[in-house]
Design a protein around this ligand. Structure first.
Ligand code: KG4
Ligand code: ZN
Length: 353
């Protein structure tokens, strides 16, 4: 029998609710509401206290609207999935308390979902063929992770960022070029008009790919951001071209992300790669990855609405965990550093074996 799962996401600056209908094999999105908090634009970044307050104000009507879009009432909800971390604790708390209260009063099963696992499940909403094994590249405002996914729920960490996340680098470079927040979409638009030959920025940690060391699949974006800053300072104001700088930065970031992801897919012999998180909205990145993997692996990526933060991906990951009989207790607390469940870090020796 088909079940309705209500997903709730409030980890950062989007208040979102979704209803997913699932019968164990097929899932269908019944309603999805994403309310992006505009208030942070004024400050050029997310202000945690303002985010929490905006979630408190919006959560009730966002859930009601998603139910109305799905054409069901609260009593028809069979299970509730809510983001429990990582994210801003005050923001997460709003969704966790709302979800818990609903689950308690309706007497329905309830599960806390890891936000990054949500991003991993996002493409399944449009691409049911996406099944492990695959290589997953998660690139968001807070994380950059390259994962070997042999099974759902089993995540082998191949590499992650040593400093800034990929999305954070886009946002910081956008800020220093005087573009708005979030910076990713603005950089992408501007880069399209930029000259790819004017700036050649460093490709951080790309050389490590050739060595068999621990940093092979690691990323670093902080030095790249500094290189852009130096180029801005070294260029006379009248010769400054934000488009050329955006292009130079984006090309460097894309080359490193693409090379490491494709190398991992080749090494593991996988025919599927997925890319998720807000930065997966970047069409140049997806095109470069598809180009590099042509003939060897398929690249699965969700549409932009499902790549940036949304509750549908939380409902999808939660539905999978609920179907396995997993439940969270009433003592569930949000955590800003919630680890991805099932995450392992393979040792270099184990990798070679
Ligand atoms: O996954 P997400 O919505 O939120 C987090 O979990 O962090 O990702 C947001 C990040 C921001 O840093 C934003 O600048 C970036 O995704 N982003 C992009 C693009 N669209 C959003 N980065 C590059 N190109 C884009 N088109
Ligand atoms: Zn996210």
């Amino acid at each position: 029998m088909a079940e309705w799962i209500l997903g709730i996401e409030t980890s950062c600056d989007e208040t979102s609710a979704a209803l997913l209908r699932t019968d164990g094999t097929h899932t269908e999105l019944g309603g999805l509401v994403i309310l992006s908090q505009d208030v942070h634009r004024v400050f050029g970044g997310v202000v945690p206290e303002l985010a929490s307050r905006a979630h408190v104000q919006a959560i009730g009507s966002v859930v009601d609207r998603a139910l109305a879009d799905a054409g069901i009432g609260l009593s028809q909800v069979d299970g509730i999935a809510v983001t429990a971390g990582p994210g801003l604790v005050g923001a997460l708390l709003v969704g966790v308390m709302y979800g818990k209260t609903l689950a308690y009063s309706l007497d329905r099963p309830f599960i806390g979902v890891n936000h990054m696992e949500g991003h991993l499940f996002a493409p399944t909403l449009e691409d049911p063929e996406l099944t492990p094994p695959f290589v997953g590249l998660l690139v968001s405002g807070g994380h950059t992770m390259l994962l070997d996914v042999p099974e759902w729920g089993e995540y082998r960490l191949l590499g992650q960022t040593l400093d800034d996340a990929a999305g954070e680098a886009f946002d910081k470079v956008a800020k220093l070029l005087g573009l708005g927040y979030p910076g990713g979409p603005a950089i992408e638009r501007l880069a399209e008009q930029g000259d790819p030959r004017r700036y050649r920025f460093p490709r951080p940690m790309l050389a490590e790919l050739e060595h068999d060391g621990a940093g092979r699949y690691a990323f670093s974006f902080s030095g790249l951001k500094t290189a852009v800053l130096r180029a801005v300072r070294a260029t006379a104001a009248e010769q400054l071209s934000p488009a050329d700088l955006a292009r130079g930065f984006q090309d460097a970031a894309i080359e490193v992300l693409t090379a490491k992801t494709a190398h991992a897919a080749d090494e593991l012999g996988y025919g599927t790669v997925m890319i998720g998180g807000g930065v997966a909205c970047n069409r140049a990145l997806v095109a470069a990855l598809r180009d590099r993997l042509e003939g060897s692996a398929r690249v699965s990526v969700a549409s932009p609405r499902l790549n940036t933060d949304n509750a549908a991906m939380i409902a999808a990951a939660g539905a999978w965990r609920l179907a396995r009989g997993e439940r969270s207790g009433w003592d569930l607390e949000p955590r800003d550093d919630l680890p991805l469940p099932g995450l392992t870090v393979p040792s270099p020796a184990g990798r070679r074996a």
